[in-house]
Design a protein around this ligand. Structure first.
Ligand code: DAT
Ligand code: MG
Length: 140
């Protein structure tokens, strides 16, 4: 295993309920370091580009609308095996299927409003981090 970086978003359903600190506590308790963090209002163009891989899916429009419905917190996380570790800490996409103690089990409202995003590969993590961060805004 190696130290990796992954990209995280605390989504609008979580910022709306003032859960940024609660989500960050789960992240930090899992041994991941938050080495970059910024609160932004995503534009429609940013959300469309970020989720372009899902453009043909029936929920794409709803997803873009949700991700632009309120502020999000974009983050760079670092740690041993961070990509897989964060996917584990997040829990399944559908909170009804998420394991106990995971962020989605604890906080997600539905499969669409599921509180957090995490990269699914190291390659995508690098692409997603670069969409929102410059190296000057990351300190490991
Ligand atoms: P994940 O966020 O676990 O990587 P994904 O990449 O398959 O899941 O989908 C991206 C987001 O799209 C997901 O977090 C919420 C939304 N989504 C996925 N499947 C959905 C569905 N069946 N109905 C509504 N929204 C969905
Ligand atoms: Mg995904």
């Amino acid at each position: 295993m190696a130290v990796q970086r992954t990209f995280s978003i605390i989504k609008p359903d979580a910022t709306e309920r003032n859960l940024t600190g609660a989500v960050n506590a789960v992240i930090e308790q899992a041994g991941l370091r938050i080495i970059g963090q910024r609160r932004i209002q995503m534009t429609e163009d940013q959300a469309k580009r970020f989720y372009a891989v899902h453009a043909e899916r029936p929920f794409y429009g709803e997803l873009v609308e949700f991700m632009t419905s309120g502020p999000v917190v974009v983050q760079v996380l670092e740690g041993e095996n961070a990509v897989a570790k964060y996917r584990e800490v997040m829990g399944a996409t559908n909170p009804a299927e998420a394991a106990d103690g995971t962020i989605r089990k604890l906080y997600a409202k539905s499969i669409g409003e599921n509180s957090v995003h995490g990269s699914d590969s190291e390659e995508n993590a690098a692409i997603e981090i670069a969409q929102f961060f410059s190296e000057a805004d990351i300190a490991g």
